[in-house]
Design a binder for this molecule. Structure first.
Ligand code: SF4
Length: 442
């Protein structure tokens, strides 16, 4: 659990010697609590205090990293129960399952999808994170061959098997990659701990309920392995939600280390895998495995994940600028909107789809939508006038007509005063109506 400034102060020497560069130990403690200074700046802190301060700065949910080449997939390191309290940091990795009882063509199709699927959502590229390779045959050679094939697409891997010989054979095929092994349970925990330690892998610990899993993680940690992921079981959606919430709550609120790890959701085991994956994105999976590889299933999961893991205090934004759409000329119409990504892409996509060449001035509204920014006093006549000058618009276009969003019709009078000689036209309230409006206005 993070310590307060006062708690940190009590662990410092309290001599106010200023060697750390701060005027007092209390000032330094406050900076440490705010994570704006490094403990190493104080050369006089005792070893005992160092240990205590280091433990307090450990994240309540351990950061787990999977690696392949330069790609690193992170899960955990979360600090809040609800995203509106601050933000969620590391999105759950989305994995698609292949199994060693599938025929070659089916495996190839899935791997090709995992490798190539990429979709742009409000300026952000979204794709599948990795491959979960499941052993269902009991045949170590077959499993290893499939892992070898999956490794060729250079995405992070989860190996699913509770058979030690199969996992050992598969690990030979992953090279330097850091994988997640899903297979440790009450029966095989000692052997799997050793395998994960020796191979430098992270290990999923499976059990029925948080109590059993917590007992196992404590045992594994004592054996020297701390890169763990929880699989707490649960038959129904309600069971799972309860288990995941208990684990996250105990980790965050009670600093209960045995459950301070990311959670794995094997959603494909449920016939309503998409619904379960969606629930797990919201609360509180670190890794999710699904079977489907249909774009129409994967896309909504990726968008949901993106929205849940967007910092609620920092809306997704585009760069304020003058955007040229469909190769406009100096005579093409000029419109203005704000730099909230969804607003920008709604407007830009409508213009682009219409085929009409146009200029789109994107004003810096701190990532807010048109109406919100206007209500906050950020998107007003003065700002639009400033943006016109800042972007040198009068030198780039031959006319002095600007179309403002219908939602801010109220600023048209003030804008006329700010921009003498300009014609201010009030456009539609909805982006979808823009093409028809422009065609009529031209
Ligand atoms: S160097 Fe250490 S002892 Fe000196 S003022 Fe800073 S915190 Fe206090």
């Amino acid at each position: 659990m993070a310590l307060s400034g006062i708690q940190i102060y009590k662990l410092l020497p309290q001599t106010n010697c200023k060697d750390c560069g701060y005027p007092t130990c209390l000032a330094f403690a406050m900076k440490l609590a705010a994570k704006q200074a490094e403990l190493a700046l104080c050369p006089h802190v005792s070893d005992e205090s160092k240990t205590e301060l280091a433990a307090s700065s450990e994240p309540p949910v351990r950061l787990i990293e999977l690696k392949v080449g330069e790609t690193v997939l992170k899960a955990g390191n979360e600090t809040v129960l609800f995203r509106h309290e601050k933000t969620f940091y590391n999105m759950p990795g989305l994995f698609i399952r292949v199994a060693d009882d599938m025929d070659d063509a089916a495996v190839d199709n899935k791997l090709a999808f995992i490798k190539d699927y990429l979709v742009n959502y409000v300026g952000i590229d979204l794709g599948v994170d990795g491959v979960a390779v499941e052993e269902t045959s009991g045949d170590a050679g077959k499993f290893a061959a499939l892992v070898k094939k999956a490794a060729t697409i250079n995405k992070p891997l989860i190996l699913i098997s509770d058979k030690a010989d199969c996992v050992k054979a598969a690990l030979v095929e992953v090279g330097d990659s850091r994988v997640l092994i899903s297979g440790a349970n009450a029966e095989n925990v000692d052997e799997f701990t050793l395998i994960a330690k020796e191979s430098g892998s992270a290990l999923v610990v499976s059990g029925e309920g948080v109590e059993e899993v917590a007992t196992l993680t404590e045992k594994i940690k004592e054996a020297g392995l701390n890169d763990l992921v929880l699989d707490t079981g649960g038959k129904t959606f309600g069971d799972k939600l309860a288990q995941y919430t208990i684990a996250r709550k105990l980790a965050l609120k009670k600093n209960y280390k045995p459950l301070g790890y990311p959670i794995l959701e094997l959603a494909y085991k449920n016939e309503m895998e998409l619904e379960l994956a969606s629930q797990s994105i919201a609360k509180y999976a670190g890794f999710i495995v699904v079977d489907t590889y249909k774009a129409e299933d994967i896309y909504p999961l990726l968008v949901l994940r993106q929205n849940i893991y967007t910092d609620p205090q920092k809306p997704i934004q585009v760069t304020p600028d003058l955007y040229a759409i469909n190769d406009p000329t100096p005579d093409s119409p000029l419109m203005v909107t704000t730099n909230f990504s969804i607003t920008y892409f709604s407007v830009a996509n409508e213009i682009e789809g219409s085929g009409i060449p146009a200029w789109l001035l994107v004003s810096d509204a701190e990532g807010m939508s048109v109406l919100t920014a206007w209500a906050a006093g950020i998107f007003d006549a003065e700002q639009v006038a400033k943006d016109i000058k800042k972007n040198g618009i009068e030198e780039k276009i031959n006319h002095k007509t600007i179309i403002i969003p219908g939602h801010v019709a109220v600023i048209s009078g003030e804008l006329e005063e700010e921009l003498p000689g300009w014609e201010i036209r009030v456009g539609p309230r909805e982006a979808v109506d823009l093409p028809a409006y422009i065609k009529q206005a031209l």
